[in-house]
Ligand binder design. Sequence first.
Ligand SMILES: Cc1cc2nc3c(=O)[nH]c(=O)nc-3n(C[C@H](O)[C@H](O)[C@H](O)COP(=O)(O)O)c2cc1C
Length: 264
Amino acid sequence: MRTAIYYFSGTGNSLKISQELAQGLHAQVCPIASAVKSKVINVDAEVVGIVFPVYFLDMPPIVHEFISKLNLKPDTYIFSIINFGGTAGNTLFNLDKLLRTKSMYLSAGFGLKMPDNSIIFATSPSEQQKMFRDANRKLIEISDMVKKRLYAGIEGKNSGAYPLVGKTTGFILERVLMVNKKSAKKHKCTGCGLCEEVCPVSNIQVSDNKVIWKDGCAQCFACIHWCPHNAVRYGFVSLNKKRTYRHPDITVKDIMKQKHANRL
Ligand SMILES: Cc1cc2nc3c(=O)[nH]c(=O)nc-3n(C[C@H](O)[C@H](O)[C@H](O)COP(=O)(O)O)c2cc1C
């Protein structure tokens, strides 16, 4: 039984979840950031997993694009694991709805609470360790269910309030904190180019020690969290070491690879 796990990740949580799961399922781990470069994504695995972070109580736009291009065999077993810092919103339900527009559906949808890569709130180191332990336990259960191709349904509740809360949070970040206006602090930026390499959608260009953000940001926060000098500013927000988050088992090279890897 061929199993493919497609993931998108800014700070490593989704990649780590995918890697853990892939071990138990003998699955191939495939980056969504690379797959979406194709016009149509044909996958002939019998089991397909989709792993990604929640953004504003919903799917990241790149996951939406991935599903829109996805072509599977008619009886493919599809499951998803979303991960989030606090609240998942309707993400899994929205994913299922989108799949159904293409005559597919989610046989099982799970949520994992992982350290928040929020640029406002931080998850303390002790909370992080507890989350990792809980996630590992739950991943063993999920792996068993997926092996049996169980119809496990979708975790959580679909609520009409979530779209409004998600939009309001997005509005505050974009219009009040102006996080869409990204810049590199002159006194801290060395022009090393790591932000350009780590950006999963090639939205950053570094030349002559100048960093330029184009207008196709995937909102993943990779550039701000992986910058070795904490030189990146999102509008009025910049990070210090304490609020910087990167999954401890994932390297910057792992994140860089996600836009270059081949798909199934
Ligand atoms: C733009 C953005 C929006 C987010 N929105 C939410 C959210 O609505 N609810 C939540 O619980 N976490 C939210 N988060 C936190 C991430 O979902 C969480 O930290 C996730 O585990 C990060 O995964 P990654 O390390 O694979 O990028 C958001 C993160 C980003 C970057």
